[in-house]
Design a protein around this ligand. Structure first.
Ligand code: LLP
Length: 439
């Protein structure tokens, strides 16, 4: 049985349609597929494959588009990039230059964000299981905001902050019980998900927080899921947050901040991503009367289209009626298709391949699992060993989720900012065991 690639679009887009939907990519008659005007062949020749290729101009353009959609709606939310989407220091530094703060979920991400020059006061700390060490490290650096997700975490934070003589600015993460209509593994705002505190429990917990030493409650947070393509679930969730803020204020609490989370979806096939104008309008409608300072935590929207995974064909094989195209990239590099049945567009780099007749092929990696499949029944030209393919929209939740499974070293990474520069050398094979101890 084939893997369902998406549940909402029927006709498979052609290679030309996939290309046309992506302005940063162009097919050049001699140079082949170019990303931000740099031939991918030149990158593969210089740095080998598989290699992550990121585009600085695309990242800046996405950040600018998000900012200006809000400006047009008369809003200026603080943009805290969700570091988990792509935590490379070069990416974080670039977004910091654009004015971004960070949303982090671990001490590692907190330190990374600072390493990239992001001021701790511009960092919010999310996550359902922060450890005492995480909280101590955050308070020691005077982090801007901690998003508290449970009574137990609140008690722990209060004890730590009081002992350190610090006051933590906190928001409570509400669980709005809204279904974001996204993949089950990345939906986070339903009552049966592990995240946040049920709305009806917030007023008592907020009042309690206001009495605790070392704690200053300043507002609410929510994050309902990821890869959300319609404003409707946001409208429902933001409406609940607004009602809760009014309720808290009526009870005498001070509420100055609303953190709306991330989740903005991108078009992985040829469909448009979420409409920024519609999203900004939704935010405005729900929050206009509240007079709160707004925070957004976008990850994928900024990073996904700004990256691709460049790979080479090892060989093609035919198993009965089935055509397989085996790549030098695998599920250890990009796990999204194996993990979420995600669709990623795949384009040949060669202009000849791009124009050739296609037949259906399963595009797979060399890892010893059937799940190591990037695409099933995908229209592809015949590909010779060494032919290059670009797996698109892999800038978010790509390299960060990679592993060394099957003793496969981590891929190199290149950032195009006018010219391509190596930002992560390919991991050396010996590094795979260099920290292992045989007693
Ligand atoms: N804020 C919080 C609290 C989050 O948990 C997340 C993502 C974000 C912001 C950023 O969401 P975004 O804007 O990127 O959708 N690995 C999955 C996605 C997991 C998202 C987890 N939380 C994937 O590859 O689709």
């Amino acid at each position: 049985m084939s893997i369902p690639q998406t549940d909402f679009l029927a006709a498979e887009p052609s290679l030309a349609e996939l290309l046309a939907a992506r302005p940063a990519l162009k097919m050049h008659a001699q140079d082949g597929l170019c990303f931000e005007n740099v031939p991918l062949n030149a990158i593969a020749d210089a740095f080998g494959t598989p290699v992550w290729v990121y585009g600085a101009a695309t990242l800046r353009a996405r950040y600018g588009a998000l900012k200006s959609a809000f400006a047009q709606a008369g809003l200026a939310p603080r943009l805290h990039y969700a570091v988990k989407a792509n935590d490379h220091l070069a990416i974080l530094s670039l977004l910091r230059e654009q004015g971004a703060g960070a949303d982090v979920v671990s001490r590692g991400e907190f330190l990374r964000a600072q390493k990239a020059g992001i001021d701790p006061k511009d960092i919010v700390f999310s996550g359902v299981g922060k450890t005492a060490e995480d909280l101590r490290a955050a308070l020691a650096q005077n982090i801007g905001q901690i998003n508290v997700e449970s009574p137990a975490e609140l008690a722990l934070l209060s004890a730590i902050a009081a002992a350190m003589g610090k006051t933590a600015s906190i928001v409570l993460r509400m669980n709005p019980d809204v279904d974001a209509g996204t993949h089950a593994k990345i939906t986070t705002g339903r009552a049966d998900n592990k995240f946040g505190v049920a709305a009806h429990e917030i007023p008592a917990l907020y009042a309690h927080a206001a009495t605790l030493p070392g704690i200053q409650p300043i507002g609410l947070a929510l994050h309902i899921g990821s890869q959300i393509l319609s404003p409707a679930p946001y409208a429902a969730a933001f409406g609940k947050a607004a009602a809760l803020i009014n309720h808290l204020r009526a009870a005498g609490q001070t509420v100055t901040t609303l953190d709306l989370g991330g989740g903005l979806g991108v078009g992985y096939r040829d469909e448009p991503g979420i409409s920024l104008a519609a999203f900004a309008h939704t935010v405005r409608r729900a929050t206009a009367e509240l007079g709160v300072s707004l925070i957004l935590e976008p990850g994928r929207y900024l990073a996904a289209p700004a990256g691709l995974l460049l790979t080479s064909v090892i060989l093609e094989k035919q198993n009965g009626a089935k055509r397989f195209c085996v790549l030098d990239a695998a599920m250890n590099d990009l796990i999204r298709p194996a993990m979420y049945d995600s669709y990623h567009a795949i384009l040949p780099v060669s202009p000849v391949d791009f124009l050739a007749e296609t037949t259906a092929a399963d595009i797979v990696g060399p890892v010893c699992e059937t799940g190591d499949t990037f695409a099933t029944g995908r229209a592809m030209p015949p590909l010779r060993p060494g032919a290059r393919l670009a797996i698109l929209d892999a800038g978010a939740y790509g390299a960060v989720m990679s592993s060394t499974y099957n003793a496969r070293p981590r891929a190199a990474a290149v950032l195009i900012d006018g010219t391509p520069k190596l930002i992560t050398p390919r991991q050396a094979i010996e590094d795979l065991w260099s920290s292992e101890i045989v007693p």
